[in-house]
Design a protein around this ligand. Structure first.
Ligand code: FES
Ligand code: FES
Length: 157
């Protein structure tokens, strides 16, 4: 039986009828229509589906939507500046060649945002540790780590 839940996604409140087994990733992508959040493995292994729930990174492919009732969720669509430009972290990814096919990028950005929310000046070790759950098959990780380091130096949140 469906239940009504309310999700605040990127500052907009969505009232949604979901089944208790519906996964947050599927609700965000299919019911809300925000397809920036990617679903790769669907098993909690790759990090592509990472979103922020109350500011903390969460794997939306293994999170039941119903457990997020009433919570604030941020997806990659919520990162841009109010004028629509890329925020400094997104810009650093572009400027440092940290994106190739782009499939992992939304999850990378959300994990990095969660890290910088918690620790605005992370060490390289902190960055590597935080990003260890996000897999990229294209870039080799080095440029992603560098982009996050540069963004932290410019004070991105
Ligand atoms: S799709 Fe969620 S961890 Fe891979
Ligand atoms: S840029 Fe292709 S998987 Fe990371």
């Amino acid at each position: 039986m469906k239940q009504l839940i309310s999700l605040d996604i990127n500052g907009r409140v969505y009232d949604l009828a979901v089944s208790p087994r519906d996964l947050l990733a599927d609700v965000i992508r299919r019911k809300v229509g925000l397809t920036g959040t990617k679903k790769g493995c669907g098993m909690g292994d790759c990090g592509a589906c990472t979103v922020l729930v109350e500011g903390k990174p969460v794997l939306s492919c293994i999170t039941l939507a119903i457990t997020c009732n009433g919570k604030k969720i941020t997806t990659v669509e919520g990162l841009a500046l109010p004028n629509g430009e890329l925020n400094p972290l997104q810009a650093a990814f572009v400027n440092h060649g940290a994106i190739q096919c782009g499939f992992c990028t939304p999850g990378m950005l959300m994990s990095a945002t969660g890290l910088l929310n918690r620790n605005p000046k992370p060490s390289i070790y902190d960055i590597k540790h935080e990003m260890s759950g996000n897999i990229c098959r294209c870039t080799g990780f080095k440029r992603i780590i560098e982009a996050i380091e540069v963004a932290s130096e410019t004070g991105v949140k």
